[in-house]
Design a protein. Structure first.
Length: 193
């Protein structure tokens, strides 16, 4: 396995030369590599890739580099993005009820470890409601608590069961019997791999 610094260099080579995000260019990333600002390079590569679809290989290079640099959250994010390339992506705006109205009393970590059940309209063989598991990543926040709303990314355990979900659909999150949150789907992308 290549070292983290080589992997970051390989990831840069996968970017189109015209890739830009907020005025940041590929040339800027190469300059930071020359300065050996490795954590900054990783952050810049993630930021540029957020503006355009990148390959699974790209995200795997970044995930392994982050693992070697002991950047656990960065590693998990890059692994998440590689998963999205393989399986597709569902983004939604999730609202949690207030603590006195819903089952959740405390905030949960938004870094892809929570695996709630979702009612996405599927039915069990007997005609009853079927719930589907999807891991949840909160965008632009470290956690999400009662009474809060945030954009989230969902990684379904069985992506094929989510193929009917469309922008505008309202789905519900469950962590037991009562509804733990309501989400409106804002984006659905098919697998790119």
């Amino acid at each position: 396995m290549e070292d983290a610094f080589t992997l970051l260099g390989q990831a840069v080579e996968l970017l189109p030369e015209d890739a830009v995000r907020g005025g940041l260019t590929v040339a800027d990333v190469r300059e930071e590599i020359r300065c050996q600002e490795w954590e900054l390079v990783l952050d810049l590569l993630v930021e540029i890739a957020d503006a355009r679809p990148m390959s699974e290989e790209y995200w795997e290079f970044l995930a392994e580099a982050a693992r070697q640099m002991m950047l656990d959250r960065g590693r998990r994010w890059c692994e998440w993005r590689a998963w999205e390339v393989r399986h597709g992506m569902v983004r939604a705006t999730l609202s949690l009820p207030e603590a006195d109205e819903g089952p959740r009393r405390t905030a949960f970590s938004g870094d892809g470890r929570l695996r709630p059940l979702w009612d996405i309209g599927n039915r069990a063989p007997d005609g009853g409601r079927s719930l589907n598991v999807a891991t949840l990543w909160v965008e632009d926040a470290d956690e999400l608590g009662p009474g809060e709303t945030a954009d989230v990314r969902l990684a379904p355990l069985s992506p094929e069961q989510w193929r009917h979900v469309r922008v505008g659909d309202v789905i519900t999150m469950h962590e037991g019997a009562p509804v733990a949150g309501t989400a409106k789907v804002v984006e659905v992308l098919p697998p790119r791999a």
